[in-house]
Design a protein around this ligand. Structure first.
Ligand code: SF4
Length: 277
């Protein structure tokens, strides 16, 4: 069976860096607490848990003096300060691109801009960015949420790193008419753009496309939806064991794409099985 992988695909720079830091800490300390799930992939979380990871969704439940890990999405400044004061060591896995978005938001707020964040208000990354702002930011998912009847003085716009640049451009073009002073930071991450483009390209040259990644991963969902929208038969699995190989029979070349939170070992398991076929 012929197969071809999207390029790039799988772990993005920020998640890989964070997981490498976490693994090194697990090796050194034996037990590490994570504030929130370290990666949106159940199989990888299970593997890390077997090495000593303990996931805590409530910051207050993280014991004093322990070693704590901050995931790539980052956290609010007040939460980081609390962890630094309470824990023995903080292993900070915040992606540098997310850190840039946090710093931009903080500086805009300090300069007196009303901060507008394009993103999902429930997403941990957005909550973390909001936690770097002094005033009350405006978090919107699309340009259609902007109130055309309002007028603003100074508006500072940035984006959740996984948003689309086209959506950011639409938001900016609407605010241009509503504010006297507008400052924009394009904080969209290139990795997300490249992953999307790679799936689109791959979909046009294969008979079936397997998307591998956690069912709780928004990024994997988006890649799957992109694949589906091209009309190619698209299947979303978390691991190779879920694939019914009869689905692939007679469909020609199989495409493989992975979410930005899918570890290499899960992708390798899948491609090894495809090679054996
Ligand atoms: S998608 Fe981009 S911003 Fe988000 S963790 Fe990965 S590299 Fe960092």
């Amino acid at each position: 069976m012929n197969f071809v992988s999207a390029n790039p695909t799988g772990l993005c720079f920020g998640v890989r860096r964070a997981i490498e830091r976490l693994e090194a800490a697990l090796k050194e300390y034996g037990k590490v607490y994570s504030f929130g799930s370290p990666i949106h992939n159940p199989q990888e979380v299970a593997r890390l848990s077997s090495l000593g990871l303990v996931v805590m969704d409530d910051l207050r439940c993280i014991p004093e003096g322990c070693v704590v890990f901050v995931r790539a999405h980052g956290i609010a400044r007040s939460e980081l300060t609390e962890l630094e004061n309470r824990c023995g060591a903080v292993v900070d896995g915040t992606c540098p691109f997310v850190r840039t978005a946090q710093n931009r938001a903080e500086s805009l707020s300090a300069e007196g801009y009303k901060v507008v964040i394009l993103g999902n208000s429930e997403h941990p990354e957005v909550k973390g960015i909001v936690g770097f702002i002094g005033g009350e930011p405006l978090v919107i998912n699309s340009a259609s949420e902007i109130d055309r009847g309002r007028r603003y003085g100074k508006i500072g716009i940035l984006s959740q790193t996984t948003q689309k640049e086209e959506t950011l451009a639409k938001v900016v073009s609407k605010f241009v008419f509503l504010s006297e002073d507008i400052k924009v930071y394009n904080t969209v991450c290139r990795a997300t753009i490249e992953h999307r483009e790679a799936v689109k390209k791959l979909a046009s040259s294969v008979g079936v496309l397997l998307v591998i990644g956690g069912k709780n991963s928004a990024n994997t969902r988006e890649l799957f939806e992109i694949a589906e929208s091209t009309g190619v038969l698209s299947l979303w699995v978390e691991h190779a064991g879920e694939v019914d190989w009869r689905w692939l029979k007679g469909r020609g070349t199989v495409g493989v794409a992975a979410g930005a939170s899918t570890p290499d070992w899960l992708i390798n398991e899948l491609t090894c099985k495809l090679k054996r076929l």
